[in-house]
Design a binder for this molecule. Structure first.
Ligand code: BDR
Ligand code: CA
Length: 314
């Protein structure tokens, strides 16, 4: 049976592919797409989600806009990585998919309470919406099967030497989520940096021969240029789809159990995920932490999903 999920995102080049993977893979039942301020303002991330759904032919999946600001600190955008629009590169047509007139957090809660089985949340953005869901609707926790998120790292950061973007952009929200008691799987930079969209991957996307395949290749080309400029990467890491892949098939992303705490006060380390891989602190385990990606399995699923959606829209 396909796993029912809600993806909470801030598209974003890698979020765009994560949405396509969730919509195009038969192992997932995509119940909703919700957006949040992150890579860009929520107005832009929502417009981008509508653009992605339109180009990929994703219809009938409710899409709702969420929080405009982090819980405590001012918003931080990643326009240096994703461009002014948040999804620079391809030219998108006028979106034909609209949002539902409901806040993302209310939509999540409604789905969680009505769906016959517990639902998996897949956040690929700052955790503001998810933290608000858990605090505003405390009974939602029991309806969440697990939270499989992209964020943090067992190693160093990408926004500061210590912190990864999704956690750094709203550390208080991340702290609420990691202390919630809901089962959590954390797909951090240490594993997402194994998902490099190499020239071979881009050629496979182009080689699908569909408009969608070409759009994805253009997205990867823009994203690759910023990763080369900012971090000297030869190929860009496709962070967010790793979390979706873990839900599709746990054998694609290997995990270990650990306690994870979010640093809120460190002068130089705010937003870091402190992952106790060796159990030094004796704290209870609160997360599965992704450590190894089966690269071939991963890319086969991503390209298979883009292929399936692309054929439907051609
Ligand atoms: C995360 O930050 C965003 O820029 C990406 O979309 C991804 O979710 C990687 O640190
Ligand atoms: Ca993202």
């Amino acid at each position: 049976m396909p796993v029912p999920i809600i993806i909470d995102c801030d598209p974003g080049h890698d979020d765009a592919i994560a949405i396509m993977l969730a919509a195009g893979d038969p192992s997932i039942d995509l119940l909703a797409i919700t957006t949040v301020a992150g890579n860009q303002t929520v107005e832009k991330t929502t417009l981008n989600a509508r653009r992605v759904c339109t180009v990929a032919g994703i219809t009938g999946v409710p899409l709702a806009a969420g929080c405009t600001q982090p819980l405590v600190q001012p918003q931080l955008v990643a326009d240096d990585v994703h461009g002014k629009s948040g999804l620079d590169g391809p030219q998108f047509a006028e979106p034909a998919v609209d949002v539902v007139p409901e806040h993302a957090v209310d939509l999540m809660y409604r789905i969680l309470t009505r769906h016959p089985e517990p639902v998996t949340l897949v956040p690929t953005a700052p955790l503001t919406n998810v933290a608000l869901l858990l605090t505003r609707y405390p009974d939602s926790a029991a309806r969440i099967r697990e939270i499989v998120l992209m964020g943090g790292s067992t190693e160093r950061g990408n926004r500061t030497p210590a912190a990864e973007f999704n956690i750094y952009a709203d550390p208080e929200a991340a702290d609420i989520v990691f202390r919630s008691g809901v089962p959590i799987t954390m797909c951090g930079l240490n594993v997402t940096h194994q998902a490099l969209a190499t020239p071979e991957v881009v050629a496979r996307l182009e080689g699908l021969g569909t408009e969608l395949g070409r759009t994805c290749a253009q997205l990867m080309t823009f994203y690759g240029s910023t990763y080369r400029r900012l971090w000297g990467f030869a190929s860009p890491p496709l962070h967010d789809p790793v979390a979706v892949a873990r839900v599709i098939d746990p054998a694609i992303v290997h995990c270990v159990d650990a306690s994870v705490a979010v640093e809120l006060h460190g002068h130089h380390t705010r937003g870091a995920t402190v992952v106790d891989l060796h159990g030094y602190l004796g704290r209870p385990v609160n997360a599965r932490v992704a450590v190894t990606l089966e690269r071939e399995l991963f890319w086969d699923r991503v390209i298979g999903a883009v292929d399936a959606l692309g054929k439907r829209t051609t």
